[in-house]
Design a protein around this ligand. Structure first.
Ligand code: FES
Length: 148
């Protein structure tokens, strides 16, 4: 087999294996909702985190709230039944909208990265993300946006 054919075959096999896995995992992990926007913040149903995997109840690690009344989305990470973080998806460097990649939020503008608590891990950003207070009441999660 010549060199070009080898590279083409290797790359095609590699891309199809990793590409399909990446697409499938991102489809199952990311859920976008609009939530209910009130005077002081957003309310979402806690069951938005629930999913089914192989017939069993599982929980999404995060959901993204994209509400047209808000300038940026809010990423809500679930750590346990009563522990969440709600992060303003605005990069603290120059304000680009962040992308979520598992436990990290990444900025495609200049490469800053933040963890699921909003702590900056990679610059050039040098400030943490806005992290809104979250409270749980029954099946509702309230995200206090008064600090925007
Ligand atoms: S705007 Fe995000 S790193 Fe520059």
């Amino acid at each position: 087999m010549d060199r070009r054919k080898f590279i083409r075959n290797s790359c095609t096999a590699c891309l199809s294996a990793t590409g399909v896995t990446a697409v499938l995992s991102s489809c199952t992990a990311t859920r976008y909702i609009s939530g209910t926007l009130g005077k002081d913040g957003l309310t979402i149903d806690i069951n938005e985190f629930v999913t089914r995997q192989q017939g069993k109840t599982a929980y999404r690690p995060f959901i993204i709230i994209r509400n047209e009344a808000l300038q940026y989305p809010v990423c809500v990470y679930r750590f346990s039944e009563n522990e969440y973080s709600a992060l303003w998806m605005k990069c603290t460097h120059q304000g680009a909208e962040l992308q979520v990649s598992g436990d990290y939020l990444q900025c495609t503008a200049h490469g800053s990265e933040f963890n699921s608590k909003g702590t900056v891990k990679t610059g050039p950003a040098d400030r943490n993300l806005r992290n809104f207070p979250v409270s749980v009441a029954g099946n509702q999660l309230f995200i206090d946006l008064r600090a925007i």
